[in-house]
Write a protein that binds this ligand. Sequence first.
Ligand code: ADP
Length: 447
Amino acid sequence: MSKKILIANRGEIALRALRACKELDLKTVAIYSTGDKELKHLRLADETVCVGPASPLESYLNIPSILSAAELTGADAIYPGYGFLAEDADFAERCEASGFIFIGPSSNVIRQMGDKITAKGLAEESNIPIVPGYKGEIPESDEEVKKIAANVGYPMMIKASAGGGGRGMRVVHTESELISSLQLTKQEAKNAFGNDTVYFEKFIQNPRHIEVQIVADGKGNAIHLGTRDCSMQRRHQKIIEEAPALDINQASLEKTLKACLMLCKNIQYSGVGTLEFLYEDGEFYFIEMNTRIQVEHPVSEMITGFDLVKAQLKLALNMKITLDQEEIMFRGHAMECRINAEDPDTFTPSPGIINKMHPPGGFGVRFDAHIYSGYLVPPHYDSLLAKIITTANTRKSCIKRMLSALDEFFVDGISTNHSLHQKLLKDKTFCKNEHNINYLEESFLKK
Ligand code: ADP
């Protein structure tokens, strides 16, 4: 009998997962909130269950409700996607305890990687280059704290070990700000994450954001799908991502890739995952590992032909899969533009009805989206509407293809950041691949 997968997410990633399930002849259960009855994948799933009101806390984050939907429908496994409960170790543990397969690594590994100090320690043990800093206990005495910070060097960052989503971080430029910043960050971390453990890290001033995609089977086999460059960001939110990352020091890259695979073996990682790095002056600095599928996964798929979501399902369900690095062939360049329902100048969210929509298409164009003409974009969730992905032989032709895809793409009724992408793709600094994580906010938007 074919296995049944409950998709514990919404929007484009729920549709992406549903497509992968169909290809593997798996049955699907789609969950939704009362604010989300129009979701495209609900029409394609074998079964649907409403898990609560529109508010995410009462629906997509409501663990008892999701587990009872799984029980009610007799699901075998739960697919978490990204966001919501995807990196919630307690959720993974409760799935395991209730007899459902959590499609991802074990709750134990999620918990270890969710604690940034533990993650840094594990990375270091596998020879992954980390950001220099201090991750020991912070002493009571201000004088001792100042000594430790002086050793790390200014500017530095205070980061919450339990932090995530860009929260729980603060840059400290001089010693005079140190003690008050420390108290503030601890207080914020306690309020937001219920844990005020913090650590110090050197502030890397103008890095690129480079990440490594891995796939591992929990039995010691691990492969990588190379790198992605996600340096075009606003408020730590990625806007354009590409694969592979270009102009990278090959010796550092090879060492880093090898160490990433070593970490996967050492922690018996199972599933797909991403190691995120800051990259400056030819050096990689590990910042965190995401133990889930990422929004930007299609660009790695397009340059390798490897289906990451199918791999997640196969690994979790013990289906046959070969993980052989020699079989991974890298070809060409891929780029993704995230189309958000927001004003292109002020970035304020723009929910509402899409009166009309024309998707882009053609050779080398992929459109991952749940939207359609007549769809009402609800105000309760993140603003991601669509991902346009283009693939070509070179970065230059990839950009050209994206510009053409953007010209074709048309949404009427709500505002999107479509025009921002058109401007960015024609920007000289971007075209020369000379941007870093600060470029969008500190240069481009100020022009
Ligand atoms: P989160 O889990 O909240 O996303 P990360 O540790 O991944 O936190 O950091 C998010 C972003 O913050 C990074 O992509 C980078 O832009 C910035 N950042 C984090 N650590 C540093 C650092 N040591 N120096 C400079 N920027 C940093």
